[in-house]
Design a protein around this ligand. Structure first.
Ligand code: PBG
Length: 325
């Protein structure tokens, strides 16, 4: 015997045994489909940098919801493109705002579909930042009240879960109190707890028309160099009442996800962001990658890394692919 009696390959020869021993599963029930709803259009508009993704008009969202529910994907997360932007993000917390209307229409048509809303101000601010701007600075505390109003208005419209993505300090606690005081103590919160200042959000900002008009988001989103800071952010959000913690982006931050999994006993979500999606699409279009295999492997890796839920633009596509594997 020249090496150990262990031969790991013994367990890899039979397809049946390989399948029985799979440690991780990727199923439709783990997925959340992001949806862009645009108040300014009457027909769907494709997002150039995200092939297969569209901005939908309000008139189409009920049908969109129905089609998603039919695939077996249980949840959506909504992003709004409003008609009106200003320097206090008024449309974000307008009872008749684009997200509020979309939630109502979707829940009315498909009550069983879980409707999540992204709680942020960037799409609604004329300057595209996630908080109030004064003298070129993004102010933290004055922004909290607007975020809380936004979350409450989403819950009032019928949102099943709210997901703050702005990265202001203290927002989870302020939103939690506001929800509780407004009678929504049972509305769960998934915080974008660990959100990095990432170049991989580029295509999303085309889709949501939310690129900052000056500067960048580094004064509020995290430095990609840091992981101990991720533990601090996660700890704070849990103390403030978050129910699910998200790591974003996904694949480039698997170590962060795994570290959170080791340190916290709460459900975790990972966001396969627009740039990750765009990379797969572009390589597939060139014929350089097998899109289905590469996408499924990326998403399985997020599950293995610790994600209970995955937000991905591939959600309904994955549900279809899973029908034939
Ligand atoms: C809003 C928000 C962003 C994303 C989710 N919520 C953009 C940003 O922070 O600039 C990015 C999602 C993606 O890239 O797919 N703040």
């Amino acid at each position: 015997m020249i090496f150990s009696p262990q031969r790991p390959r013994r367990l890899r020869n039979s397809p049946a045994l390989r399948q029985m021993l799979q440690e991780t599963q990727l199923l439709a029930r783990h997925l959340v489909q992001p949806i862009f709803v645009d108040e300014t259009i009457d027909a769907a508009v494709p997002v150039a940098s995200m092939p297969g993704v569209q901005r939908h008009p309000l008139s189409a969202v009920a049908e969109v919801a129905q089609n998603i529910a039919r695939t077996g994907v249980p949840a959506v997360i909504l992003f709004g493109v409003p008609r009106h932007k200003d320097d206090k993000a008024s449309s974000a917390y307008d009872a008749e705002g684009v997200v509020q209307q979309a939630v109502q229409r979707m829940k009315q048509r498909v009550p069983e579909l879980l409707v999540m809303t992204d709680v942020c101000l960037c799409e609604y601010m004329s300057h595209g930042h996630c908080g109030i701007v004064e003298g070129g600075q993004v102010l933290n505390d004055p922004s909290l009240e607007l975020l809380a109003k936004t979350a409450v208005s989403h819950a009032e419209a019928g949102a099943d879960l709210v997901a703050p993505s702005d990265m202001m300090d203290g927002r989870v606690g302020v939103i939690r109190s506001a929800l509780d005081e407004s009678g929504f103590s049972q509305t769960p919160m998934m915080s974008y707890a660990v959100k990095y200042a990432s170049a991989f959000y580029g295509p999303f900002r085309d889709a949501a028309d939310s690129a900052p008009s000056f500067g960048d988001r580094k004064s509020y989103q995290m430095d990609p160099a840091n992981i101990r800071e991720a533990l601090r952010e996660a700890t704070l959000d849990l103390e403030e009442g978050a129910d699910i913690l998200m790591v974003k982006p996904g694949l480039p931050y698997l170590d962060v996800l795994a570290t959170l999994k080791d340190n916290f006993d709460v459900p975790l979500a990972a966001y396969q962001v627009s740039g990750e999606y765009a990379m797969l699409k572009a390589a597939a279009e060139k014929g350089w990658l097998d899109e289905e295999k590469a996408a499924m492997e990326s998403l399985l890796a997020l599950r293995r890394g610790g994600a209970d839920l995955i937000l991905t633009y591939y959600a309904t596509q994955v549900a279809e692919w899973l029908q034939h594997v």
